[in-house]
Design a protein around this ligand. Sequence first.
Ligand code: TXA
Ligand code: MG
Length: 349
Amino acid sequence: MNVNVIKMQSTHPELDAIEKAGQILKAGGLVAFPTETVYGLGGNALDVNASHKIYAAKGRPSDNPLIIHIADMESLELIVKEVPEKALELASVYWPGPLTMIFPKSDLVPYETTGGLDSVAVRMPSHPIARALIRAGGGYIAAPSANTSGRPSPTSAAHVIEDLGERIDMVVDGGDVQIGLESTIVDFTEEVPIILRPGYISEDMLREVLGQVRMAQGLIDELDQKAPKAPGMKYKHYAPKAQLVVVEGEEYKVTAAIKEKVREHLERGESAGVICTDETYEQYLPGCVKRIGKRSDEESIAHHLYRVLRDFDQEEVSFIYSEAFHTPRLGQAIMNRLVKAAGGQIIRV
Ligand code: TXA
Ligand code: MG
């Protein structure tokens, strides 16, 4: 494999290498890089051809808009028409960080980047490598998650290489990402801001700053996808090779139900896997049982979710049963991704 990978510590961006990566971006090339949420596939957001290349490399439908990544507040002005006061307040609390905000776009932003929309999604990441690279690349970096469309977002450089390999010019390897789930997206183009995608910044954290905020309809009822506000919501999401089912309810009932399901499959000569936590691991029979993290440390569950889903694609199992993870702060975001991967299949016990 011939992809150009440069490795560095996430806390210490190596400026020579970053400068080189920045030149690639300025010249219209593609560079994958770590952010605090997931790895992004970067291209110059103001260059129509770079946007085309991003869509082609990911195999992404061209009406699914990209997020523009900036490194400082001054950069915002050029790409948006207006920013409501509430959004500035939110930025002052959570930028740089895992938050994306949507505003009416300025004429400078090509429709190729926004999937034909008059609005633009903007994020200011906190990851030191991301921030250095955005600056080196000209200040406006469009970056969707650096996975092939329809696969889990990459949380390590190995995932990026697995999916995109030679289709991109460079991968900056800064090790595993910290959060493991994509940013929270809040739409500010309507009176009351709307959460289009839950993430590390939770609904409660948003409400504390914004007062009023509401969940997008498609998120409240996962199966009502009639008119999704984020075009990305209408596309089929990652589904593992095996059929994934989420089991929710009281812990002892969930583990009992999963054990029973697995037993039934084994009796029929079928193979089945389990996604559980450190707290429940001992209760399952040895076999294809993967621990996602600790219930007492919800960040560990978010952190490992995509890796566990990717790992299951390497296993010869036909069914996967996952415990539900309605943890206090990140549960909404974790369950949003898990239930999508399960195609909405939930058993309540
Ligand atoms: O954490 C993240 O946000 C990562 C890292 C790399 O920054 N990026 C990411 O990008 O998750 P992507 O392209 O995989 O997801 C962006 C989502 C899509 O569902 C897209 O439809 C939505 O944001 N989106 C982008 N621009 C939008 C707009 N103007 N209006 C509504 N939805 C938008
Ligand atoms: Mg994505």
